[in-house]
Design a protein. Structure first.
Length: 197
């Protein structure tokens, strides 16, 4: 699929990209060299391939801003509107909780989230799976095992919660497309290292 460049030029999407690039300017991916913004841009492009909605694409750029920067919900709502802020909020883990509680609470929130929100999450998992390169896997093999299982479990939660939701067929189709693409990569990666998912 080809990303629609016009969508990435939409004023809301451009504003979100610029905001995310500024907020994540000093952050790097696990390899220690790739700017974190590359992940956010990848997520936004994946969304643009399957669901041409500027607010959802903007949320793709912004999905880690509350969790990983000094940005709060109110700032996002003021700049990007309630729908985008609600999606980003739903995609934000509560780091005040212990890891097991945090993940359970997060998945429960995703079960109740909008289809657009789960499109962003599926794109996030897909982009992470695509970029989990051999260098990271060799340097952090336990990390790879852990995240493959975690990502697949999250995809399963989303699928079980949303697969029958035909209220917005175009959004459901986008989610199922991303779910299938991400699942395929996760299965191949897990099989290569002998991890059941």
């Amino acid at each position: 699929m080809i990303c629609d460049m016009e969508l990435l030029s939409h004023p809301l999407v451009k504003k979100a990209a610029e905001f995310a690039k500024t907020k994540h300017a000093h952050q790097k991916r696990l390899d220690g060299t790739t700017p974190y913004f590359a992940h956010l841009e990848g997520v936004a492009r994946i969304i643009a391939e399957v669901y041409p909605d500027p607010e959802t694409i903007a949320a793709g750029y912004l999905h880690d801003t509350i969790e990983d920067t000094n940005t709060d919900y109110d700032k996002l709502e003021t700049r990007f509107g309630r729908k985008v802020a609600d999606m980003v909020s739903a995609l934000t883990m509560d780091n005040r909780l212990r890891e097991e509680e945090r993940l359970a609470e997060y998945r429960d929130r995703l079960r109740k989230a909008s289809l657009e929100t789960v499109v962003v999450k599926a794109a996030d998992i897909l982009q992470n799976a695509q970029s989990l390169g051999d260098n990271v896997a060799r340097a952090l093999p336990d990390f790879e095992r852990k995240v493959l299982v975690k990502w697949k479990a999250t995809l399963d939660v989303l699928f079980n919660a949303k697969a029958g939701d035909a209220s917005k067929e175009d959004v459901l189709h986008a989610f199922l497309t991303l779910h299938n693409r991400a699942s395929e990569i996760l299965f191949k990666r897990a099989e290569a290292i002998g991890v059941p998912v």
